[in-house]
Design a protein around this ligand. Structure first.
Ligand SMILES: [Zn+2]
Length: 346
């Protein structure tokens, strides 16, 4: 609350509709994705290089894209600046030859009504209210309050049922539990949410699984994570046919980036993520938004470490942020084309 008041103090641009910024909400995007058997990438951004890489990858592959901003990103980059960056992203996409960019500006893990309202008022086209750590009835009440407010401005709302393990900015949970399929009809009806984030074994961060949850590949010595609970996903889809489902914590933790980081002085032992084949499989179902954050952090760090190790005299940030941007662009394009299947859909 204290922070919100502070950021509100000198804001001159209170209340702007995302439509004026050239952004879109998720409604049509998700409906098409479910029908077409693909998923929309939701990539987090905190800085200019990440944003450039996301937009370049989306424009070059003609993929709809969700730009995600977490509470941590708002604190890091400044909420007002982020909104102008998103507006700039739309214009940049057009400059790259993408005539009608399909770009969503989404709040990731909103934890209060006030934060969600602030984002709606600032030009976000979609918000997540994460009441998953609350008791069921409180989660419903909070999610409904956000949906009622956001829908007045045609902003779409993602809510969450079930608890993911792992760490993501301020969000962390020691214990996870799967979404209970028997609750999803009641929850989606009573909240009025437009999409539902579920827990079926994905997890936040670059250490998604403890070694004791995994087996180890005898040839490579790498951890092999437990499979996602597709039976739970199937049961949820049976309850809510055609309802947009969201997967959080869906980085794959590419081992080539982990190796690069470790080779150039980093230390990421046993970092492991969700295998891409499983995300490909999920994309073909009612899962229509897949959140990927850690993979881009890994690509960024790997590229920067390589430059620092190979050229210790380098001190121009463009000379190490540039290669990081290139590697992230490559990563985003790979995800769009080979994992989510959203290329050519915008
Ligand atoms: Zn998340």
């Amino acid at each position: 609350m204290r922070r919100l008041n502070k950021t509100n103090l000198k804001r001159t641009n209170i209340m702007v509709s995302y439509k004026e910024l050239g952004l879109v909400n998720t409604r049509d995007m998700f409906a098409k994705a479910i029908k077409g058997g693909y998923a929309i990438p939701a990539f987090n951004f905190n800085n200019m290089e990440q944003l450039q890489a996301i937009i370049k990858a989306a424009a070059e592959t003609k993929s709809p894209v969700i730009l995600q901003v977490s509470k941590g990103a708002r604190n890091y980059a400044n909420p007002t600046l982020l909104r102008y960056m998103a507006q700039g992203a739309v214009e940049y996409a057009k400059e790259l030859g993408w005539e009608k960019p399909q770009i969503v500006l989404h709040l990731d893990h909103g934890d209060s009504f006030e934060l969600c309202k602030d984002c709606v008022d600032l030009g976000f086209s979609s918000v997540m209210i994460d009441g998953s750590a609350l008791p069921y009835e409180e989660n419903i009440a909070l999610s409904k309050k956000v949906a009622d407010y956001a829908h007045q401005y045609d902003v779409t709302v993602e809510a969450e049922l079930g608890v993911l393990a792992g760490v993501e900015d301020e969000v962390q949970a020691e214990e996870s539990h799967y979404t209970r399929p028997e609750e999803v009809i009641d929850f989606s009806k009573r909240t009025g949410c437009d999409s539902l984030a579920i827990s079926i074994g994905t997890s936040h961060g670059a250490y998604k699984f403890k070694p004791e949850q995994c087996t180890r590949d005898p040839k490579t010595g790498r951890l092999v994570p437990p499979p996602l609970a597709f039976d739970v996903l199937d049961a949820i889809m049976e309850q809510l046919p055609g309802f947009p489902i969201v997967l959080h914590g869906s980085s794959s933790v590419p081992q080539e980036y982990v190796d690069m980081i470790n080779q150039y002085g980093g230390k990421l032992p046993d970092a492991v993520g969700i295998p891409e084949e499983q995300l490909r499989k999920a994309s073909k179902s009612a899962v229509c938004k897949i959140n990927i954050d850690s993979d881009s952090r890994l690509a960024f760090t790997a590229a920067v470490r390589k430059v620092f190790a190979e050229k210790p005299g380098e001190f121009d940030p463009r000379k190490y942020c540039g290669p990081a941007r290139d590697l992230m662009t490559e990563l985003y394009k790979h995800k769009i084309i080979n994992v989510l299947g959203s290329d050519g859909k915008a």
